[in-house]
Design a protein. Structure first.
Length: 420
């Protein structure tokens, strides 16, 4: 009885091992030729896929320019060969590899073109569009606006009723500078002139000009809000983008960004980094002929900024989402201003002034958001907790030179803010 049990166990073990294709000797080879049945011409680059009876991929190959293929190292036993090519109906063939049947010639395989009827073909041009809503104007950013500039700051100058001072970076809406900038509906304590230069144009999906803000945004005393909506990748798996921008006129300007996210069924983890290194040079001259006075000025500024963002979205179900993210911003910049007044009739009265301003700041934002979607029309209820800190340091030195006069003025400003 023990011998019979031992023999039975050995047979079961052998049977299980025999079913594992990876343990079987790979002794088989298949060959053949693939033709287009309509044109009677060989088809190159046709996929030849070999699977086991459980539909598990074993090996494969492709046809050459003459439509011929050869696939080696096929394991012993029964296998299924699939010949498929885009636009053609696939064919399946069953083969049995054994010691007596190692090389199998499938001969000529004729593929028939798959006929597909298209009901309608729509061609969409990636151009910017403007949609007027009750309280806002929504500009969808197309390729035409993306090529207008590498950053959000340069795009803004191409939007109606919006202007950006390219020297200082200050933004105005309908001529009023009392405007706040949001990103994805979230207010930020990062100065707008820094924020706009850090966001690459390719990351922007749309820009909303909110000229009539509701009480939700606490708009008292403001001329309006500008909301920058970024592309959000919702694909399953790992996704990422890298953008680099470089321009040069008198001085060079460089910006770059990298963003990545990983999403599975319940979680979406994402992060991004944006930086901007810019130099701007401006000069001018004013001649007052009636007074024989000539005024000249030169302005050079150098700004460096870095913006980091890390966040997690947790999808409880189709209607409930919990999100947490943090923004970290670092900024360092300086401005040199040289100006002078030349009295052409009496050079001894000439005056000059040099101003140096250094400014650096860092800000932190921590956000928690719970969102419940009520229906498919965009109605939702949100609970949001936001914590912001801002630390800034500024130093200004003014040197005034005139006949037998030299005045040196220094100003130091330090700012600390905590916003809940």
């Amino acid at each position: 009885m023990k011998k019979l049990l031992t023999i039975a166990l050995l047979l079961v073990a052998f049977s299980i091992q025999a079913q594992d294709k990876t343990s079987l000797p790979k002794i088989g080879t298949i060959t053949g030729t693939v033709l287009d049945v309509t044109l009677n011409q060989p088809l190159p680059y046709v996929n030849v896929i070999v699977k086991d009876t459980n539909n598990k991929l074993i090996t494969g190959g492709i046809t050459d320019n003459d439509g011929q293929f050869e696939v080696k190292q096929i394991p012993e036993g029964t296998n299924i060969v699939t010949i498929e090519y885009l636009g053609f109906l696939p064919q399946n063939k069953t083969i049995v590899i054994s010691n007596d049947n190692k090389i199998i010639d499938l001969g000529t395989i004729n593929l028939e073109e798959a006929a597909t009827n298209l009901d309608e073909v729509t061609i969409v041009a990636e151009t910017s569009t403007i949609q007027q809503k009750v309280d806002r104007k929504v500009i969808t950013i197309g390729k035409d606006l993306q090529t207008a500039g590498a950053t959000a700051s340069e795009i803004m100058n191409n939007l109606p009723s919006v202007s950006v001072d390219q020297q200082t970076g200050s933004i105005s809406l309908r001529g009023n500078q009392n405007v706040r900038v949001m990103v994805d509906g979230k207010l930020s304590n990062i100065p707008a002139e820094q924020l706009l230069k850090q966001i690459p144009s390719s990351s922007i999906k749309s820009i909303e000009l909110i000229t009539n803000p509701s009480a939700k945004y606490n708009p008292e005393g403001m001329s309006g809000l500008i909301n920058i909506v970024l592309h959000k990748n919702t694909k399953i798996g790992f996704n990422g983008n890298i953008n680099i921008g470089l321009s040069h006129d008198i001085e060079a300007k460089f910006n770059s960004s990298i963003d990545a996210n990983y999403r599975n069924g319940k979680f979406n983890v994402y992060g991004s980094y944006n930086n901007s290194v810019t130099k701007n040079f401006n000069f001018g001259e004013i001649n007052r002929i009636e007074q024989d006075i000539q005024q000249k000025f030169e302005i050079l500024n150098n700004n460096k900024s870095h913006l980091f963002k890390v966040g997690v979205d947790y999808y409880l179900d189709e209607k409930n989402t919990i999100s947490v993210f943090t923004n970290q911003n670092l900024f360092d910049g300086w401005v040199n201003v040289n100006s002078g007044i030349n009295y052409l009739a009496n050079p001894s009265l000439n005056e000059s002034q040099f101003t140096r301003n250094d400014n650096d700041n860092d800000s932190e934002q921590y956000n928690f958001n719970y969102k419940h979607d009520i229906n498919d029309e965009g109605h939702s209820i949100e609970l949001e907790v936001d914590h912001n800190t801002y630390n800034g340091f500024g130093f200004t030195r003014n040197t005034f030179l005139a006949r037998n006069v030299q005045i040196l003025l220094k100003t130091q400003i330090q700012t600390d803010k905590v916003l809940l």
